[in-house]
Design a protein around this ligand. Sequence first.
Ligand SMILES: [Cu+2]
Length: 114
Amino acid sequence: MKTVHLVSVLVNALSLTIASTALAQPVPVTTPVPVAAPTGHPLKGVIVDIVAEKKALLVKHEEIPGVMRAMTMLLKVDAPTLASAQKGQVITATLLKKSDGWWLENITPLAPTP
Ligand SMILES: [Cu+2]
């Protein structure tokens, strides 16, 4: 039993060494993330229509687990996105819930599959 005890003492000493080595490393400076920032959900879908008068896209999107089932819905976008959006485009984007509804950001068109 003495051997076992010795081993555990050695292990403890070793982990203390590792711990103090880790503490000696410079701590990386991280920018604090604003708590109020809305969390986005990754979305994949197709632009079915561009509804300029509502500054929104009609998007048929795949299921977003824990958020919503697959459906076709209007999603608000900013002006540049509205201007560059194309019907039939397959996209990935970030779905964001804001106080005035659902928004789509970071839209990235996917190359059409042959
Ligand atoms: Cu939806």
